[in-house]
Design a protein around this ligand. Structure first.
Ligand SMILES: C[S@@+](CC[C@H](N)C(=O)[O-])C[C@H]1O[C@@H](n2cnc3c(N)ncnc32)[C@H](O)[C@@H]1O
Length: 294
C-alpha cells in the first residue's frame, strides 16, 4: 500500500517555507511530505532526503520525478546528519523534518518482518545492510534482557511473562517468523488483553523494532545536530508515534528554549484531525511538535 503522509497540510504550513530555501527531510520514506515541501521551495530550492531504507528511497525517487534536479537522496541514518550535510557542502538549512517510525510501505511488505498480521521472516531492519535483526535479538538475548526491551521500549505490562514464554519456546526451536512471535504473545497474554483495541502483540513488536533499529538513540543523537544546523528563523518539525519519542522531543525542545536557542511554536503537540484519522488510522497516534531557531 502507498504510504499516506500524516499531517501533510500541517507540515506544509508549519514549516513556514519560502521559494529558494534548503530543507532536510530526515525520514523521506516514499516522498509524500517531500512533494509538499518541494512545491513550497520551488523554484531554486533544494531538498535533501535521507532514509536508511534503500527500497523506500528508490520509490521516493520515482515519486519526486517532477522535481528532478532540486533534490538529493542519501541512504544513511539521520543520526549522522552532520556528516551528511558536510559531505554535500551544506552549512545551514532552513527547515528540517522528522516523521518517525516506519511507513505503510515497509509495514505492509510481509518480507520486511514488521507485520503482526502477515507472516514473514522475523527481520524488522529498516536498513537491510545492518547486521542485527529481530531474529537475532529474540533468539539470543537473555530472558532478563528481553523483558527489559519489552518493558522499556514497548511499555508492555506483562513483559516478564512474555519473555519467559519466549525463552521456553526458543529452547525447543528458534523463533524465526512474525507469525510465530505473534502467536506466542497471544498464548502468553492474549486473554489478559481482553477487549482492548490493540492486538496483544503490538507492544512486543514495537519494542523489538525500536531495539533492532536503535530508534530512540538515533533520535536523541540527531536532535542536537538538527537544531544546530538550522538557520535563524528555520523550523524543526517532528512527528512522533509513541510517548517515548515524544518525551525526548519535548524535553530537548524545552532545554533549547531555556538556552535561548529555540522558540517553541506548539506548546502542546498537534494531533491529526478527526477526518484524517477516519481516512488513515495510523495518524491516530501522531503528535507534531514544532520549534523555530532563534
Ligand atoms: C513514517 S516514514 C516517513 C514517511 C514520509 N514522511 C512520507 O511522507 O513518505 C519513516 C521513514 O523514516 C525512516 N527512518 C526511521 N528512522 C531512521 C533513521 N534513524 N535514519 C534514517 N531513516 C530513518 C524509515 O525507514 C521510514 O522510511
Amino acid at each position: 500500500m502507498e504510504h499516506k503522509p500524516v499531517m501533510r497540510e500541517e507540515i506544509a504550513n508549519y514549516m513556514n517555507l519560502n521559494p529558494g530555501q534548503v530543507v532536510l527531510d530526515c525520514t523521506i520514506g516514499t516522498g509524500g511530505h517531500a512533494q509538499e515541501i518541494l512545491k513550497k521551495i520551488a523554484p531554486q530550492g533544494r531538498l535533501i532526503g535521507v532514509d536508511r531504507d534503500a527500497d523506500s528511497l528508490s520509490i521516493a525517487d520515482k515519486n519526486l520525478k517532477d522535481f528532478n534536479g532540486f533534490y538529493t537522496l542519501v541512504k544513511d541514518d539521520f543520526r549522522h546528519l552532520d556528516r551528511i550535510l558536510e559531505n554535500l557542502k551544506i552549512q545551514n538549512i532552513d527547515g528540517i523534518l522528522f516523521d518517525l517510525g516506519i511507513s505503510s510501505f515497509q509495514l505492509d511488505n510481509a518480507k520486511r518482518g514488521f507485520s503482526i498480521r502477515e507472516d514473514g521472516p522475523l527481520d524488522m531492519r529498516m536498513d537491510k545492510d545492518s547486521y542485527i535483526s529481530a531474529y537475532d535479538l529474540v533468539n539470543s538475548l537473555s530472558e532478563t534482557e528481553i523483558s527489559g526491551i519489552l518493558k522499556n521500549f514497548g511499555q508492555e505490562r506483562w513483559h516478564n511473562r512474555i519473555a519467559h514464554y519466549l525463552v521456553e519456546e526458543r529452547n525447543r526451536a528458534p523463533i524465526s517468523t512474525t507469525k510465530q512471535l505473534s502467536d506466542l504473545v497471544m498464548k502468553a497474554v492474549g486473554y489478559r488483553y481482553g477487549a482492548q483495541k490493540i492486538h496483544p502483540a503490538t507492544r512486543t513488536f514495537q519494542a523489538f523494532r525500536i531495539a533492532v533499529n536503535r530508534e530512540l538513540e538515533a533520535l536523541d543523537m540527531a536532535l542536537d545536530k538538527a537544531v544546530r544546523s538550522l538557520n535563524k528563523g528555520g523550523r524543526i518539525c517532528v512527528i512522533s508515534f509513541h510517548s517515548l519519542e515524544d518525551k525526548i522531543v519535548k524535553e530537548r525542545f524545552r532545554k533549547f528554549s531555556r538556552e535561548g536557542i529555540l522558540t517553541i511554536i506548539t506548546k502542546k503537540p498537534l494531533r491529526s484531525s478527526e477526518s484524517e484519522i477516519a481516512e488513515n488510522i495510523r495518524s491516530r497516534s501522531a503528535r507534531l511538535r514544532v520549534a523555530e531557531r532563534i
